[in-house]
Design a protein around this ligand. Structure first.
Ligand code: SF4
Length: 266
């Protein structure tokens, strides 16, 4: 008999295959392939992925991290969400410090990164020119995100990186019956919409534009992940906590993080 967890992995695998094979947005496909063919001098010799990028992480995730779309020389190069660019470096360091990743770097698909109770995704799976997908492209890609969320049956918290991701999460929550009229994007805002729905946290996106200007600092991102950790732990059903204890699973403590040289937010 197939365990429920294994069934979810199989279905996420099928979804990933469908995403990678998609060619519904001609403009985006042309752009991704052109970027892949051209490359960038610093990545000379690298074979770009150049195809749509599926989500990545723990099928049993309680935290869903939602970005905008793969970066032209990040996910579009490496084939994994938030991998191989400056945004990924910031994000994964913060996730590691908060105990959501097994290592502080995300550089290539075979680098050994594992997300712990977290999953990374985006409302658009192809790198868009100037990071600006059109409305039609958002609409075309949205079924993949809906399907993914339906498969990730244990998500308790959405963490939206940037206003566009926040709007996508708000729409998803609205479709599940939440009253989303009062939800406004502001860095660090936390919205709890009732016990049956995931909570929503807003954060500035760790793009170079935000990190180079100091609009987003590492401490600010750490605070966001500390809030996510607190919500995940509080909203995890008691049976999950008992199962985790039975299997010896544990969350990184302040002591662990300090020993690893990270910032502690327990
Ligand atoms: S953005 Fe989404 S819908 Fe459009 S081609 Fe890429 S995977 Fe397909």
């Amino acid at each position: 008999m197939t365990a429920p967890g294994a069934a979810r992995v199989d279905s996420l695998t099928a979804l990933a295959r469908d995403i990678v094979a998609c060619r519904a947005c001609a403009r985006l496909r042309r752009h991704c392939e052109a970027v892949a063919a051209r490359g960038k001098p610093e990545f000379r010799g690298w074979t770009y992925w150049g195809r749509p990028v599926p989500g990545f992480g723990d099928p049993e995730a309680a935290l869903l991290v939602v970005g905008l779309a793969p970066a032209a020389h990040g996910g579009n190069r490496t084939g994994r969400m938030f991998t191989g660019d400056g945004s990924a470096a910031w994000l994964i360091r913060a996730m590691y410090r908060a105990g959501f990743a097994n290592q502080p770097t995300s550089e290539r698909r075979d680098d050994g990164l594992r997300l712990l109770g977290a999953y990374m995704t985006a409302p658009v799976r192809c790198a868009p020119p100037d990071n600006k997908p059109t409305r039609a492209e958002f609409a075309r890609c949205r079924p993949f995100l809906r399907r993914e969320i339906a498969l990730l049956g244990r998500v308790r918290v959405y963490l939206a990186l940037g206003r566009v991701a926040f709007d996508a999460c708000r729409e998803l929550l609205g479709a599940h019956g939440a009253d989303v009229r009062g939800l406004r994007f502001a860095h660090g805002a936390v919205y709890e919409l009732g016990p049956a729905l995931p909570a929503l946290i807003a954060s500035y996106h760790p793009s170079r534009q935000n990190t180079n200007t100091g609009k987003l600092t590492e401490a600010m991102l750490d605070d966001v992940f500390a809030a996510a950790r607190g919500l995940v732990d509080r909203r995890r059903p008691a049976e999950d906590r008992r199962a985790a204890a039975r299997h010896g699973a544990r969350i990184a403590t302040a002591g662990d993080l300090a020993a690893q040289g990270g910032r502690a937010h327990a």
